[in-house]
Write a protein that binds this ligand. Structure first.
Ligand SMILES: Cc1ncc(COP(=O)(O)O)c(C=O)c1O
Length: 285
């Protein structure tokens, strides 16, 4: 089958994806009861691997799945070797669900998590060339968006609206303030100050978000972790999205409000993109 990785990792084994079997009573399937992580390997190492694996462990702890992420490193090596991606640029997806049990909300104490991973070749562009048009919508998701859970229906529905409108993303507002986007974090720039929603339960604290905050520090760019009210969007000078695959994408337009005409990228966004590129290439920022 095209577009699927031929082999995947499932509970300690490498199997052809077409032969991989998970019980229909897996709580990941029934309830979306699981945590996932996505990271990219660039130039032979995973970009911010420790931060990604720490977030995975943290998510598992938040929902009481008993799994030690320390065990996963050899499994990643096993998978990469089986799919001939050792040291190659690729994207790794990790999913740990609570496991299999008769369907009821409460779960047994001795349940064993289901661990699934796949890796696919992935070449990220050197510098981001996206000039994103985005729409804005009410953030109707639950109030624990800090948990990177597999049940992403809200995000899927909100992202679909962007697709229907030929846009790159949907940025979200809750109680009138911009939180994040369906699969990215959102930043604004006003008077050379970078402004983004604080990392609380209304957003996923993206690893790329954390990298950008670190870059701001290194570049002496002032940061305010404060929510921006949606009605103030037209007063902002620049806006951009961050995410593992998206990297740093300049926002050209939100709904009918155009930050720039054409492919212009604001100066602060551009500085951050350039610094990010150096980080990716492991040169000093
Ligand atoms: C809702 C949401 N916000 C933000 C992000 C960005 O996170 P990261 O930079 O770790 O990829 C993601 C990534 O999947 C996401 O799903």
């Amino acid at each position: 089958m095209n577009n699927y990785p031929e082999k995947i990792y499932l509970n300690g084994e490498i199997v052809a994806h077409a032969d991989a079997k998970i019980s229909v009573f897996d709580r990941g399937f029934i309830f979306g009861d699981g945590i996932y992580e996505v990271m990219v390997q660039l130039g032979g190492r995973f970009f911010y691997e420790e931060a990604h694996l720490n977030r995975l462990q943290d998510g598992l702890q938040k929902i009481n799945i008993d799994y030690n992420v320390g065990e996963i490193r050899p499994a990643i090596e096993q998978l990469l070797s089986a799919v001939e991606l050792t040291s190659k640029d690729c994207l790794l997806y990790i999913q740990i669900t609570r496991g299999v049990a008769p369907r009821q909300h409460s779960f047994p104490k001795d349940i064993k998590p289901t661990v699934m991973m796949y890796a696919v070749p992935k070449i990220l562009p050197d510098i981001n060339t996206i000039h994103a048009g985005v729409i804005s919508r009410e953030d109707f998701r639950w109030s624990r968006c800090d948990i990177k859970m597999t049940s992403l229906l809200g995000n899927v529905m909100l992202n679909e609206e962007a697709m229907q409108n030929n846009c790159f993303e949907t940025i979200l507002y809750r109680n009138g303030v911009v939180t994040e986007a369906s699969h990215c974090n959102v930043f604004f720039v006003k008077n050379d100050v970078v402004v983004t929603h604080p990392a609380n339960e209304f957003i996923l604290d993206g690893i790329t978000r954390q990298v950008v905050l670190e870059l701001c520090k290194n570049l002496n760019i002032k940061v305010e972790q404060n929510p921006v009210t949606a009605i103030r969007i037209p007063q902002m000078d620049e806006a951009f999205l961050t995410g593992t695959s998206t990297q740093i994408a300049s926002i050209q337009k939100i709904d009918d409000y155009e930050f720039y005409s054409g492919n212009h990228v604001g100066p602060v966004t551009r500085r951050l993109q350039e610094a990010f590129l150096k980080l990716k290439n492991y040169t000093v920022v």
